[in-house]
Ligand binder design. Structure first.
Ligand SMILES: [Zn+2]
Ligand SMILES: [Zn+2]
Length: 186
């Protein structure tokens, strides 16, 4: 091999295409069609696939544990808000993000940092269901207060459900944004 061979390297998939690019993982020459741009440079499609396979390494019990953690904490947070009632406005705004972070930390610990986009979705949906369940009692009370014409009760329950929804939305968005950060990094 002399230095001249470097000038006529061709794509390993398309031997008729000359290229100056190389995959920064496996080092094989790649043409522009085969190159995937990553924050650390160009990579071939095979190396990207391999990288994603390694990143999506959740095992079945991860989904069960993540779902349980998210469901229980979402449910607990939502119940806590309903018990506190008057204070629920402030607590909804504080509890949503902090319970969200707690869920992410616990899921990360329990799954030993294994990850997949399905795991993210399972966690968010379980948290949403958990946080949403206690609100059903409010829905029931709202219907009841309409039937008996108690508008004070209607107002307080509507307000409560509003804070409950705020808690749910904050909880889920914090979980989603923090888990996405460690799902797939190209
Ligand atoms: Zn490669
Ligand atoms: Zn190519």
């Amino acid at each position: 091999m002399n230095s001249n061979t470097n000038h006529i390297q061709t794509c390993y998939k398309h031997p008729n295409r000359q290229t100056v690019l190389r995959c920064n993982q496996c080092g094989r020459p790649i043409c522009l069609d085969c190159a995937v741009s990553t924050p650390t440079g160009y990579r071939c499609k095979e190396c990207i696939k391999e990288q994603q396979r390694r990143f999506n390494n959740s095992i079945p019990r991860d989904y069960i544990f993540a779902g349980l953690i998210a469901f229980i904490l979402g449910l607990a947070g939502s119940y806590f808000l309903i018990v506190l009632r008057i204070l629920s406005g402030i607590f909804a705004l504080l509890l949503g993000p902090s319970i969200g972070m707690l869920v992410v930390k616990l899921v990360r610990a329990v799954t030993q940092k294994r990850r997949s986009s399905t795991l993210n979705h399972v966690t968010v949906i379980a948290a949403g269901i958990g946080a949403g369940l206690p609100l059903l009692s409010n829905v029931f009370r709202i219907l009841q207060s309409i039937v008996v014409g108690n508008f004070r009760l209607l107002f307080s329950n509507t307000l409560e459900i509003g804070w409950g929804v705020a808690f749910l939305v904050l909880l889920c968005s914090v979980i989603l944004s923090n888990m996405k950060g460690f799902s797939i990094r190209r």
